[in-house]
Design a binder for this molecule. Structure first.
Ligand SMILES: Nc1ncnc2c1ncn2[C@@H]1O[C@H](COP(=O)(O)OP(=O)(O)OP(=O)(O)O)[C@@H](O)[C@H]1O
Length: 252
């Protein structure tokens, strides 16, 4: 379990300390306006930045005390900026830096609908294809193919993973993340700009504003039309879908 205890940053980019945890089996959406601190929060949750207040612990051990190879098997980050680097074949790029077998790579390629691109050079991919490659790589890093009921919980952090995806791919990815969370006891935290994706697929939502987490809870509790209109400085039409989940639309 990944736990924040009064964790935050006093120095820029600042994040007001708070306490909570990422729960195995849960898909958490992190939402908020541009500059609210969502990527900053992911840098805290991933251990790429060490909090200057409080602590962030995985199974009770602060992230900075973990051996980096051991930590890489337990948590993976898909960053907002795609770092494909050289023109690696997709298959090699997906396996890069992990102990994945060819079967593991095939499974990750299947999950992300990438088999047709397996032998292609990564630099020729479209934006959406490249985004899916980076997600497949993170799944290989976590070795999901080898997880058993006794495997320790793993953490997957994604920064705007749907930003380059068409709506069909968005739906497949969000359904996949929910399924992987439940089947592998994976704790997933996902920064999303699309509030309706958060409403539809997340178990829980954190709302950030100006470096502070201002709300946390189930989508119908957090994605309240009035709050969102104020925080995003947008005119919205907020309603409910048949299943009770919020639907947020822009006013004309
Ligand atoms: N190294 C830095 N020094 C000072 N301020 C920074 C630094 N890095 C980021 N910031 C600022 O901190 C704030 C939070 O940045 P962050 O990238 O976390 O926002 P975000 O919520 O992910 O935004 P977006 O939705 O635009 O991706 C922004 O105002 C950003 O300009």
């Amino acid at each position: 379990m990944l736990t924040l205890a009064d964790a935050g940053f006093a120095k820029a980019p600042a994040l007001t300390p708070f306490s909570d945890c990422l729960i195995p089996g849960e898909l958490l959406a992190i939402v908020g306006p541009n500059g609210a601190g969502k990527s900053t929060l992911l840098s805290l949750l991933s251990g790429y930045r060490r909090p200057d207040e409080g602590s962030v612990c995985l199974d009770g051990t602060p992230l900075h005390r973990w051996d980096s190879a051991a930590l890489a098997r337990r948590r993976a980050l898909v960053a907002q900026t795609l770092t494909l680097g050289f023109d690696w074949p997709v298959r090699e790029l997906v396996a890069l830096g992990s102990e994945a077998s060819p079967a593991d790579v095939d499974e990750a390629l299947d999950l992300l609908d990438l088999q047709a691109f397996a032998e292609r050079g990564a630099l020729g991919l479209s934006g959406g294809e490249a985004q899916r490659v980076m997600i497949a790589r993170a799944l290989c890093q976590l070795g999901l193919g080898h997880s058993t009921e006794d495997s320790p919980g793993r953490v997957l952090l994604l920064d705007e993973p749907t930003s380059a995806l068409d709506i069909g791919q968005q739906q497949r990815l969000m359904r996949l993340l929910r399924r992987l969370a439940q089947e592998h006891r994976l704790a997933i935290a996902c920064v999303l700009h699309d509030l309706n994706l958060a409403a539809r697929y997340a178990h829980r939502v954190w709302l950030l504003e100006r470096g502070r987490r201002i709300a946390a809870g189930a989508p119908h509790e957090v994605l309240d039309g009035r709050t969102l209109a104020r925080v995003f400085e947008a005119e919205l039409v907020a309603c409910r879908q048949a299943d009770g989940s919020p639907l947020v639309l822009l006013a004309p």
